[in-house]
Design a protein around this ligand. Structure first.
Ligand code: LLP
Length: 445
């Protein structure tokens, strides 16, 4: 067995090192193993489509974030991928959890995750979200609109105040796609510093004895492949903290910079290590605090994708191969119901055949899903062997973030299972959604 990261294989490797988990190795005969388990074997045992998660990779990435910012709180953004095992791994690695619904919160609580290490987000928290958060005692609730301030305060049972932060909009454009940029003016998240909304919210919260303002939060967006936007955000938010001190006489003790740290989707995509982001953010914080004469607030970061994307591999089986309009289409047994990201954001992936060696030359092939839409394309024009045929297994690395969590019930194909691999063993984390699950909800007869 040879490490995928170092060894040239007998045919061009469509997905180079950075997009595979560190444990991925290519075996003779065209197989690849992850976490010591053969992907071909996993496809056979659990069926396809299926998602494989390398536990050691997840833990190593979580630990790398903690090492990168030893004085900060590292809070995993649960929306990237959540299940009960994941809650346990984050707890054991000493991370907190960022949740954005009562559902994510209940799941964390079902494993006894310490509520004081949970941060609740959301631009539109429902009464049920807020009640659940208060009942379970979440550490901090991030205020995202003026109207939720009084609503939240009215529900706080007291006598202790609920800790809150204000999500501020620093007016910074960053992120890999228009739909996942949240730091600029004129979109639904946050309260604008420039337009005065953030300050109004601060004033209102300070007037609510049942709320304790602990700090400011900002989340610039996702797939931010450079530390630079974070350093700008640090300066703007610290400048705003100084203004709050000058006007209201309070020094806020916390700064939450959100997530958005990039993960490589294609080989060679820039994805700085946590340490690189950490160093630059720390430097910016020290400089800004000196400039505005503020004590250093306690920092929080909320990486999601950066912890799980590279740990996941999606497995599909080819159902048909078709040549038409001068193009080759390989249709697989999954698609936009388990990975809507290409259709939503134009996300790109690499694909590798596993399970047999192919001596045939490679050719550009579009890997498409089985759903009833022409836009159901998983990977445009990837290099796959010319003799690709029904029954072959395809592996798609960099599939750990926002695929399972955004999977839908489209066409009643059933959401795929999630299998953890570690130390040469596999373990089912989430079973495949069965037809009976659909029937169980369809109660209208
Ligand atoms: N914190 C907050 C408040 C967030 O809204 C998010 C992501 C994160 C942290 C984590 O961001 P990450 O480190 O994972 O980039 N569905 C899209 C991504 C949407 C992200 C939403 N918020 C995708 O598939 O690319």
């Amino acid at each position: 067995m040879t490490a995928l990261s170092t060894t040239p294989l007998s045919f061009p490797v469509p997905a180079a090192p950075s997009v595979w988990p560190a444990s991925a190795v290519a075996a003779p005969g065209g197989d690849v193993s992850v976490g010591g388990v053969s992907l071909t074997e996993l496809a056979g045992r659990y069926g396809t489509p299926a998602y494989v998660v390398d536990e050691a990779e997840v833990r190593a990435r979580a630990a790398a974030w903690r090492r990168a910012l030893p004085d900060a709180e590292v809070v995993y953004a649960a929306k990237a991928f959540l299940c009960r095992a994941m809650v346990d791994w984050m707890e054991e690695e000493g991370l907190g959890l960022d949740v954005c619904s009562a559902g994510e919160l209940e799941l964390a609580a079902s494993r006894g995750f310490p509520a004081d290490r949970i941060v609740l987000h959301g631009n539109a928290k429902s009464p049920h979200d807020l009640r659940t958060a208060l009942r379970l005692g979440v550490g901090r609730i991030v205020i995202d609109s003026e109207c939720e301030i009084a609503r939240l305060a009215a529900h706080v049972p007291g006598p202790e105040a609920q800790q809150v932060m204000v999500r501020v909009l620093p007016g910074i454009e960053a992120g890999g796609h228009r739909k996942i940029r949240t730091g600029a003016e004129g979109q639904k998240f946050g309260l604008s510093i420039a337009e005065g909304d953030a300050e109004d919210a601060v004033a209102r919260i300070l007037g609510q004895p049942r709320l304790e303002l602990t700090g400011l939060h900002t989340h610039l967006g996702s797939q931010i492949a450079s530390p630079e936007p974070y350093t700008r955000a640090v300066r703007r938010v610290i400048a705003f903290m100084a203004r709050i001190r000058d006007r209201y006489g309070i020094t806020l003790p916390e700064l939450d910079l959100g997530g958005g740290f990039a993960a490589a989707q294609l080989p060679g995509d820039p994805a700085p290590a946590p340490a690189a982001y950490g160093r630059r953010i720390n430097d910016a914080l020290v400089r800004a605090c000196a400039e505005f004469d503020l004590p250093r607030p306690r920092l929080t970061v909320e990486p999601g994708r950066s912890i799980v994307a590279a740990a996941g591999v999606a497995l599909y089986r080819v159902l048909s191969v078709k040549r038409t309009g001068g193009r080759v289409f390989a249709a697989v047994d999954g698609g936009m119901s388990d990975n809507p990201r290409p259709a939503l954001y134009g996300a790109r992936y690499t694909v590798r055949m596993v399970g047999r060696s192919a001596d045939a030359p490679m050719r550009a092939t579009s890997v498409v899903g089985r759903h009833c839409e022409a836009g159901d394309v998983l990977a445009e024009s990837v290099e796959l062997p010319e003799d690709l045929r029904p029954g072959d297994v395809l592996a798609v690395p960099a599939s750990g973030a926002y695929q399972v969590s955004m999977a839908s019930g489209y066409n009643l194909t059933g959401r795929p299972p999630v299998v953890a691999v570690a130390g040469g063993r596999s373990r089912l984390l989430m079973r495949r959604e069965a037809f009976e699950d659909h029937l169980g909800r369809d109660v209208g007869l």
